[in-house]
Design a protein around this ligand. Structure first.
Ligand SMILES: [Zn+2]
Length: 356
């Protein structure tokens, strides 16, 4: 693994200080035009070509470069249903500070765009979470030479989630008949007229696809541990770290204000609903893997939230407590909302999950 904190810079963005602007020819014009065609509600472009961050020039071993390699290596799935052809795909990182990511499709061409603002914010959250880690867990993770430390593992959890969510959208676009599709992840809770059942279904569907992939990665990471360290505590902590990180992601996507509960409004489902389903699926997936599936998952879910809560600090902690409260006060309404959405799912063949 690379040495971390080189020169005192952050481990995740250490090369941002010697930014090279993109040599445009590295990307095909088709993909650049797609990036430049992303527009906000007012019709203004989100990006100009100077915003493109040239990650291809990062030094070997840089965590961001490793992440981009992971994305390129995982875009082509062995199952054709989930497959995006490598030659039809491009990834853009941009040096925009806004916490946001995009998936965009025009005919067979697909791009994923991730702002460095999103990676920077996650880095901060990851560091905080790791400070509060139980000493036993720190020891477990430190003993595993495949993960350099807890921070790097958690960074992978959350950035993989972001990637698989966007990949979920690309697969939805691939399987739909629409020629153009684009998804922006940042919430816009000022535009109250933008509810659409399709948009809500697509978000939940992409979340569950990502949660399943994240759960697989957690299981894989656990399997890499030496046998004496393969404890229930280790896997429970990994899920709790994933939960804490996903919470931080949604908190930032909402400009650090947890929204009041809503159901059939706005362009994204409420983050409380999204997190509940993500964490529930991760727990069930892991339980199934270890063949310890029980009919009632609630106790495990509560345990995960408690562990995650212990990892989160200060301002974020209050928001997390607020979320837990909102969840327990709205469980029945959330179930009804999901059932209503699911009943319309047959209309949307491009969705990839089979949730109920
Ligand atoms: Zn999305």
């Amino acid at each position: 693994m690379p040495s971390r904190n080189v020169g005192g810079h952050s481990p995740f963005t250490q090369s941002a200080h010697h930014l090279f602007k993109i040599k445009i020819m590295q990307y095909e014009n088709t993909f650049i035009n797609m990036l430049l065609s992303l527009k906000d509600d007012k019709g203004d472009s989100f990006y100009k070509d100077a915003d493109i961050f040239d990650f291809k020039s990062l030094p070997n071993g840089s965590p961001i470069l490793q992440y981009t390699c992971f994305i390129y290596n995982n875009i082509f799935h062995k199952d054709e249903r989930f497959r995006i052809e490598k030659e039809n795909f491009e990834l853009f990182l941009t040096d925009k500070g806004t916490v946001d990511a995009f998936a965009c499709s025009q005919q067979q061409h697909k791009i994923i765009v991730i702002n460095l603002g999103l990676l920077n914010v996650l880095e901060k959250g990851v560091k905080e979470c790791c400070q509060n880690l139980d000493e036993t867990i720190k020891e477990i993770l430190a003993k595993d030479n495949k993960m350099s430390n807890a921070e790097s593992l958690v960074f992978r959890f959350i950035t993989f989630f972001v990637f698989f969510h966007e990949l979920g959208h690309l697969i939805q676009y691939k399987n739909s008949s629409n020629e153009i599709g684009q998804k922006k992840e940042k919430y816009n809770l000022t535009n109250s007229n933008s509810y659409s059942e399709l948009m809500h279904l697509m978000e939940i569907d992409a979340d569950l696809f990502a949660a399943q992939n994240l759960a697989n990665f957690i299981i894989h990471s656990w399997q890499q541990l030496p046998s004496e360290l393969k404890s229930t505590l280790a896997i429970d902590t990994m899920i709790a770290l994933g939960t804490a990180s996903i919470f931080l992601l949604f908190f930032e996507l909402n400009d650090r204000v947890w929204p009041d509960m809503y159901f059939f409004s706005f362009c994204h489902p409420h983050p409380t609903i999204r997190i509940s389903y993500i964490v529930d699926l991760m727990n069930k997936h892991v339980a199934n893997h270890f063949q310890s599936a029980e009919s009632n998952h609630e106790p495990q879910l509560v345990k995960t939230f408690e562990m995650a809560s212990a990892l989160i600090n200060t301002e974020e902690k209050n928001a997390f407590k607020g979320y837990q409260m909102q969840y327990s006060n709205s469980t029945n309404k959330i179930d009804r909302y999901i059932k209503t959405l699911s009943s319309t799912r047959e209309k949307y063949k491009q969705l990839i999950q089979n949730y109920n």
